[in-house]
Design a protein around this ligand. Structure first.
Ligand code: NAP
Length: 286
């Protein structure tokens, strides 16, 4: 299978490239060298590659900046995805899109499955939902993978790295208790994307590791695993941080569709988290 991966230098994109290549697929990875917001470039380039599948993992993840100045964020997260949809239409290939728990308001009080009605509260979440819907209404064959709280080896920024950096630089932490979800390992997610995209079972999938925690609990687990259990972690709430983007307060995702289709359950996030922190301490200079 010839697979185009956009956002290939990102934290998930890097693992997507590795997993698809390890399975013997022919991968063409692009990042800022194929700017997805450039309509003419995308329309010229993608069909000429004759792909059997395109995966869009490119995004602008700065949800706070998106509230301050929506258009640059919308341009990447919505217009960029639209461009790729149009190119896939031309190329006659299916497309996979990586979406987010931010499509939900986080007020349900239980994990969200694929039948739950989205209600995004942020510019970032609205762009994700609009992109999902544009793709689903334009292409006959598509996959959406909604995920959350990613951590991976190629990540320049993620929660695990931020916590460990703060521990080293400040020696203490303040972390919110009122955001609950599921940390997800990008290598595990890339394997799920591979399995589903080679099944031809098109549709909407929630795709995370198993287990649920608050950001506060997650930070405590990170410092414990890294051997900094003496570092004080102060519980705070989001209102203390005065950030412009409203986070969904409780948005674990139930991987219901993966389960119903008979895909194997994901690991509990604690297992890849331990492996990841060991790797970071050995390889990342943290
Ligand atoms: N990280 C999370 O916790 C999380 C949670 C839920 C969903 N997601 C979704 O999962 C996907 C992958 O996230 P990630 O953590 O791997 O993000 P990431 O590491 O930031 O990767 C995204 C990549 O896309 C590139 N990019 C940005 N604008 C582009 C453009 N106009 N054209 C081409 N490439 C562009 C980025 O380059 P630069 O870094 O140089 O800008 C980066 O290499 C995204 O769709 C994201 O919305 C992520």
């Amino acid at each position: 299978m010839r697979v185009v991966i956009c956002g290939a230098a990102g934290q998930l994109g890097t693992d997507l490239v590795q997993v698809f290549e390890a399975e013997g697929e022919e991968v063409m990875g692009f990042d800022l060298d194929l700017d997805i917001t450039d309509h003419a470039l995308v329309m010229e380039k993608i069909p000429s590659l004759n792909p059997d599948l395109l995966i869009n993992s490119a995004a602008d993840l700065d949800a706070d900046q998106a509230e301050r100045d929506p258009e640059p964020s919308l341009k990447t997260n919505f217009t960029g995805t639209q461009n790729l949809v149009l190119a896939c239409l031309d190329a006659g290939c299916p497309m996979a899109f990586i979406s987010s728990d931010y499509v939900f308001d986080g007020m349900k009080g239980a994990a969200y499955n694929e039948l739950d009605e989205p209600n995004p509260q942020s510019v970032y979440g609205k762009a994700k939902l609009a992109s999902e819907r544009y793709m689903a209404s334009s292409l006959p064959r598509w996959y959406v993978f909604r995920t959350q709280w990613l951590f991976g080896k190629a990540g320049k920024r993620n929660f695990v790295k931020s916590i460990l950096r703060n521990v080293k630089e400040k020696g203490s932490l303040r972390v919110v208790t009122d955001e609950v979800g599921t940390p997800t390992c990008t290598e595990d997610l890339a394997k799920i994307v591979y399995r589903v995209c080679t099944s031809d079972w098109y549709g909407l999938y929630h795709a995370t590791n198993e287990g649920v925690c608050s950001r506060f609990e997650f930070a405590q687990q990170i410092v414990d695993i890294a051997g900094f259990e003496d570092v004080p972690v102060e519980p705070i709430v989001y209102a203390d941080l005065d950030l412009p983007c409203p986070r969904p307060p409780y948005s674990p995702l139930d991987n219901m569709n993966l389960r119903l289709q008979g895909f194997p359950p994901a690991r509990n996030y604690m297992e890849p988290l331990r492996e990841y922190i060991e790797w970071l301490l050995e390889n990342d200079g943290l």
